[in-house]
Design a protein around this ligand. Structure first.
Ligand SMILES: Nc1ncnc2c1ncn2[C@@H]1O[C@H](COP(=O)(O)OP(=O)(O)O)[C@@H](O)[C@H]1O
Ligand SMILES: [Mg+2]
Length: 297
């Protein structure tokens, strides 16, 4: 199975939201990481054939998705960024309704719905109204909805927005268990959401992939640039103003700073392993677009 995008471009007036992107995706989990406005949603909508590209093509197993039409859409599961949830529906009724919209036969739909409710951990809540659900429960229901047709390609737009830390862990496990032999693409602006589950990361900015690779590969670009130093408070204040500081921890009277910098920031600073978050900080701060202390972009 292969999904290939070829010089895909989407232009809105003078704004180029997706700028000649090319990539070949085989089964695995792909993370699309980028700030608001980077073009993640537009790219996903193009891949889902919800929007048409200005130029360029998406191929599924070497067939143009516009020609594949229904056949392609049947292989696709999509969780839009702003998903409507029908607050008065119960989880169970909602999934049955979505299954009907997708043309899934009634008997199959019932079995599938119950199976998915179990998978996403909502079986016990199946008869509760969606309006009583937490953000995390709604997201999990949204993922279940996207999986109703056993999609080979699952596209989740900001699926972890509004989840608490516990729900994030559940979500990661859910994606990992589901992703075998499938292409999963998920977008986020939060580094830690994809650091552990994505096999491949596309860092997106202004409609382009500015970095891509495995977490190890792309963090390798800043090997030797990440430092930890233990300083007093006054020094810390100065350094915070001057450097990309990713993390600040108090240690007794002192402060431990995690700094991303090409040069050693201060005598006594010790080099440490870069993380994806450090990479982010490095590239987005250097260009003067981000506040160095913000962990998400
Ligand atoms: N329908 C639209 N009309 C005009 N501009 C749009 C439209 N949709 C998105 N854009 C613009 O395209 C860029 C990318 O948006 P989007 O794909 O939503 O990014 P992201 O999902 O990464 O936040 C933004 O500058 C946005 O304002
Ligand atoms: Mg978006």
């Amino acid at each position: 199975m292969e999904l290939r995008i070829d010089r895909l471009t989407k232009q809105y007036g003078s704004k180029i939201a997706v700028d000649r992107l090319s990539a070949t995706l085989t089964p695995g989990v792909y993370g699309l990481l980028g700030a608001n406005g980077a073009g993640k949603t537009t790219l996903m909508r193009l891949i889902c054939d919800i929007q048409s590209a200005t130029t360029g093509t998406v191929y599924f197993d070497n067939q143009d998705i516009r020609e594949a039409g229904e056949m392609y859409r049947n292989c696709l599961g999509y969780l839009p960024q702003n998903f409507g949830y029908y607050p008065e529906f119960t989880a169970y009724k909602f999934l049955l309704y979505m299954a009907a919209l997708k043309g899934i036969p009634k008997m199959t739909a019932k079995t599938k719905t119950l199976e998915l409710l179990k998978t996403v951990g909502l079986l016990e809540e199946k008869n509760k109204k969606i309006k009583t659900f937490s953000g995390g429960m709604k997201r999990r229901l949204g993922i279940a909805q996207a999986m109703l047709n056993d999609p080979q390609i699952l596209i989740l737009d900001e699926p972890t927005a509004g989840l608490d830390p516990k729900e994030r862990v559940k979500f990661r496990n859910l994606i990992s268990s589901f992703s075998q032999d499938k292409i999963v693409i998920l977008s986020t602006h939060i580094v830690s959401d994809i650091e552990y589950i994505a096999d491949w990361i596309f860092v997106m900015k202004d409609g382009k992939f500015v970095h891509q690779g495995t977490v190890e590969e792309i963090t390798g670009e800043i090997d030797g640039y990440v430092w930890e130093c233990d300083v007093d408070r006054r020094t810390a204040d100065k350094m915070i103003a001057e450097y990309n500081v990713g993390n600040i921890k108090n240690r007794g009277e002192d402060v431990v700073l995690r700094i991303v910098s090409k040069e050693k920031p201060i005598a006594g600073a010790v080099q440490t392993e870069p993380t994806l978050e450090d990479l982010y900080l490095f590239y987005f701060d250097e260009e003067g677009e981000q506040d160095g202390r913000v962990v998400s972009i």
